[in-house]
Ligand binder design. Structure first.
Ligand code: F3S
Length: 399
């Protein structure tokens, strides 16, 4: 790899051991993937924040980087942690876990990383523009950044995202290069997409077909007439989870789609296949649910407002987590949505989510509108799942 003088100095240790380690990580990655140079990374999002995933070994690495003088050089935010940083007791998190999670957050704070822990950084000000090179780690956010915004990022691991933050650069390979962003296959959607849960089911249906055919790179999606930000975040989370897709082009909706003609190889996704995907996530009738969760990916303020409207004057009968970014919760506080939601007995859980929080064994069946949450609820926590439209999920909490 060709490094400029500043990058070479960092690699030689002139800017301290943590920066040197970070540059070693990036040059190693660059060599493995055939990068010829670095590009400036102007925004970073780091995953692997929950102590549940990191453990002592991961925490030790972060502490070493912090002690070694590592400091964020560009705007850097975190993926969800294992708990609400301010209100963990209300979620039933143990004091022992909370102490360890706080040690993780302290290490990031020492490195001047903004401890806003969210998988939707694009909703709270870590928002790149079209064509910008960034280094993000959370799969749903990576897919959203590449596809919906048209920024350029590979799916970083926790260490490589941190390394990009501490150096301000990332190796130029993969989705940073124009030639790797071309679509290889057309997906023709033949079905109706009224709600987030159906967008999630579509993501599952497409993802599984691409995965089975070994074609994950840049599907060109035709037949989706309109999609809101909320629909797209749901779709991105699902197609990334079920198909490992980090970039798609959606005709008439995403910015790069207009640059390409649909590839001739075509896969059709029918209404019956979307329905089958929904059915596969309805493992249990939603009446059987003992846990209700909305906010995978983290909710927009528009979604929080809708929940408050639906819960006004009602009481929940089940544990109900509403997961979002802390800045979104702060707007909800200001607008009175939090008070309405909490008066119902539901819980706004900022900074965390139903997947990264340590809740295995606490519930049996979860109802949600998120196809991604269904996948991890079953795979990680062994919960049965029910997938419903957004409003129906809220209704289930008060049934
Ligand atoms: Fe976000 Fe947690 Fe879902 S990190 S995408 S809410 S699994």
């Amino acid at each position: 790899m060709k490094l400029n003088q500043k990058e070479q100095d960092m690699l030689n240790g002139r800017e301290g051991p943590a920066t040197q380690k970070a540059m070693e990580i990036l040059t190693t990655l660059g060599r493995i993937y055939g990068a010829e140079r670095m590009v400036p990374a102007t925004s970073v999002q780091i995953a692997g924040v929950s102590y549940d995933n990191l453990g002592e070994a991961g925490l030790h690495f972060l502490q070493q980087m912090a002690e070694g003088g590592g400091r964020a050089r560009v705007l850097t935010t975190l993926n969800p942690a294992g708990m609400d940083i301010e209100n963990w007791q209300a979620l039933g998190i143990s004091p022992e876990f909370a102490k360890n999670q706080q040690r993780v957050l302290d290490a990031f704070a020492q490195m001047k990383v903004i401890a806003t822990a969210t998988c939707t950084p694009y909703l709270i000000g870590n928002t790149p523009h079209y064509g910008e090179h960034i280094a993000w780690a959370e799969s749903s956010a990576v897919c959203y950044a590449n596809s919906v915004i048209g920024a350029r990022t590979n799916r970083e691991g926790g260490p490589s995202a941190l390394a990009a933050s501490l150096t301000g650069v990332t190796p130029a390979y993969g989705f940073h290069l124009t030639e790797n962003r071309r679509p290889a296959v057309t997906i023709k959607v033949q079905g109706k997409l009224p709600e987030n849960n159906v967008f999630g089911a579509l993501g599952k249906a497409i993802g599984q077909k691409l995965e089975a055919g070994g074609k994950k790179i840049a599907p060109y999606i035709h037949g989706v007439p309109e999609a809101s930000v909320e629909n797209l975040k749901s779709f991105c989370a699902s197609i990334a989870t079920y198909g490992g897709v980090a970039l798609f082009h959606m005709e008439g909706i995403t910015p790069e789609a207009a640059q390409f003609s649909p590839p001739t190889e075509t896969i059709v996704v029918t209404q019956a296949e979307i329905n089958a995907a929904i059915a596969s996530m309805n493992m249990e009738a939603s009446e059987a649910a003992d846990f209700v969760s909305l906010g995978c990916p983290h909710l927009s303020i528009k979604e929080v407002a809708r929940i408050a409207e639906l819960l006004e004057g009602k009481k929940v009968t089940k544990e109900f987590w509403i997961t979002t970014a802390r800045p979104v919760k702060q707007i909800a506080d200001m607008m009175g949505y939090t008070a309405t939601i909490e008066a119902s007995g539901a819980k706004i859980a900022a900074d965390t989510c139903c997947v990264v929080a340590p809740i295995k064994g606490r519930f049996d069946t979860m109802v949600t509108d998120s196809a991604k949450a269904c996948y991890y609820a079953f795979a990680k926590n062994n919960f049965k799942t029910a997938l419903k439209p957004f409003d129906d999920v809220v209704a289930e909490a008060t049934r």
